[in-house]
Design a protein around this ligand. Structure first.
Ligand code: ADP
Ligand code: MG
Length: 478
């Protein structure tokens, strides 16, 4: 039996407002427990929520960027349930009428094809507090700082056909919310996390299989592993004669498995009803235009421009535009070099990305600025140094030893372009390797590489490789 996987994601993006969605309390991460939850967040008697206009503006920006319809009127609803980290006994969310709905994003598949993934809706809601287990013996700690933090819950259509597609989609949304400046995307801090709904069905079957929902996965790698595990588990259950139960599961990264948490609640379990404390949210043309004026160039458009303007491949342009900071760095670098777009791309994706990775550093924190790196790349393009030596210079720049020119001078790295000096070295290499010369002249062309290597070694890597090649060919042909 051939099985087909069906996945829909619900992504929670924490909106980057300074204060909470219905109160003036701070949303800053990392404060002492329970120092940033005010009377409104706690739902104390007599308080009223006031909607944060900044959060609405961000939701509109997201809607515009994904081709969604912006609802002229949407409604906040109470989702009722009991949990110790939810002091009001309900979460304020949106249910029947979300702020934006019916849009899409495009993801790239590994074979280079593109696939449209529908966005059912995105709605505004408040986050709950946090239960803390670590460092407590026999009790649970409750930190309510996060209560009332604004979230945008982005719900996809069940359009994703594999764990890889789910990860590509999640990366796409991650890139988008960061471009839009509406979410910092920090997954360790929980600012960007998802619930993965997974089902399987016999290949070709029209109707969807019973799904399970894996809650709160907060890394791309875990999403991939959790879905892969869950798909195998469901197939096993069905093939051994059982049935998948609709339930909520959690992913255990230590044992790489999903486990049942509870049977899935139905919407009516939550007794949703419109929150009587909040007016319907009315969005007029002026608010939409204001949000539109704040949109940056979006990743897809920027990628297309990189291909067009810099002559990059689609794959390179994708990598360079996935994060806004990387794309900004790249464009500043090309400007600093004054061209050499492909060389600049190779360095950003190669040496620079490697060094950042090694140090676990964001590109914004790079000790080598676009201007610094530009000065180095200019020395490659004007033949002062070879690309190979440039890597050593880069390492020295990274360690703070100075700018490109002073390192090149201090270490005497200028490329040797004096042809008589190069000829001298070539003569020596030819004289020292008579057997190879004979073989080369007898037709073993491959040996040219050997001679080039010997001359480069003799020059301490400083001879101009193009010149070495040319003179060698001439002398060996004599
Ligand atoms: P709920 O609000 O109860 O979690 P929804 O119907 O709003 O449920 O769906 C939530 C997510 O589950 C959506 O992303 C949707 O695409 C996905 N989904 C719904 N049915 C299935 C299914 N059978 N298999 C996989 N994903 C599904
Ligand atoms: Mg759900």
């Amino acid at each position: 039996m051939q099985w087909e996987t069906v996945i829909g994601l619900e992504i929670h993006a924490q909106l980057a407002t300074r204060s909470k969605i219905f109160s003036g309390a701070s949303t800053a991460y990392g404060a002492q427990p329970n120092t940033q939850a005010c009377a409104v967040d706690l739902g104390l008697p007599g308080v009223l929520p006031v909607l944060n206009a900044g959060a609405v503006n961000m939701a509109i920006r997201f809607g515009l960027a994904t081709g969604c319809t912006i609802a002229p009127r949407s409604v906040f609803a109470r989702k009722n349930y009991f949990y110790p980290d939810l002091p009001k006994g309900y979460q304020i969310s949106q249910y029947e009428l979300p702020v934006v709905h019916d849009g899409a994003v495009t993801i790239e598949l590994p074979d280079g094809e593109e696939k449209r993934i529908g966005i059912t809706r995105a709605h505004l809601e408040e986050d709950a507090g946090k239960s803390l287990h670590e460092g407590f013996e026999g009790v649970t700690g409750i930190d309510l700082n996060r209560a009332g933090t604004p979230l945008l819950e982005i719900v996809s259509e069940p359009d994703l056909g594999s764990a890889d597609e789910a990860v590509a989609y999640m990366r796409k949304i991650h890139s988008l919310v960061r471009y839009l400046g509406i979410c910092d995307g920090n997954m360790q801090e929980g600012s960007f996390r998802c619930d993965a709904n997974v089902s399987v069905r016999p290949a070709g079957q029209e109707s969807l299989g019973t799904r399970t929902e894996i809650k709160n996965v907060n890394s791309f790698r875990f999403v991939e592993k959790a879905i892969a595990f869950e798909v195998e588990r469901q197939i096993d259950v069905i093939e051994s004669g059982g049935a998948v139960i609709q339930e909520t599961r959690l992913y255990d990264a230590v044992n790489n498995e999903t486990r049942s948490m509870r049977t899935k609640e139905e919407a009516n379990d939550y007794r949703y009803f419109p929150d009587p404390d909040l007016l319907p949210l009315v969005i007029d043309e002026a608010a939409i235009e204001e949000a539109r004026s704040m949109l940056p160039e979006l990743p897809d458009a920027r990628k297309a421009r990189f291909v067009e303007q810099y002559g990059l491949s689609a794959a390179d342009a994708s990598l360079l535009t996935a994060a806004r900071e990387t794309a900004d760095y790249y464009e500043a670098l090309v400007e600093a070099v004054g061209g050499e777009a492909k060389l600049a791309a190779n360095w950003v994706m190669g040496e620079l990305a490697g060094a950042l990775n090694r140090e676990g550093m964001e590109i914004g924190a790079s000790p080598v600025s676009p201007a610094d790196l530009g000065a180095l790349l200019r020395r490659i393009s004007d033949n002062t140094i070879s690309g190979k030596i440039a890597k050593d210079v880069f390492d020295a720049m990274w360690r703070g030893e100075g700018d490109a020119d002073s390192i090149i001078d201090a270490r005497g790295l200028r490329q040797l372009t004096d042809s008589s000096a190069i000829e001298g070295m070539i003569d020596e290499v030819i004289a020292a390797n008579p057997a190879q010369v004979e073989q080369y002249r007898a037709g073993k062309d491959k040996l040219l590489g050997f001679f080039v290597g010997q001359v480069m070694k003799a020059s301490g890597g400083k001879a101009n490789p193009a010149q070495v090649n040319e003179i060698l060919r001439r002398k060996l042909a004599e």
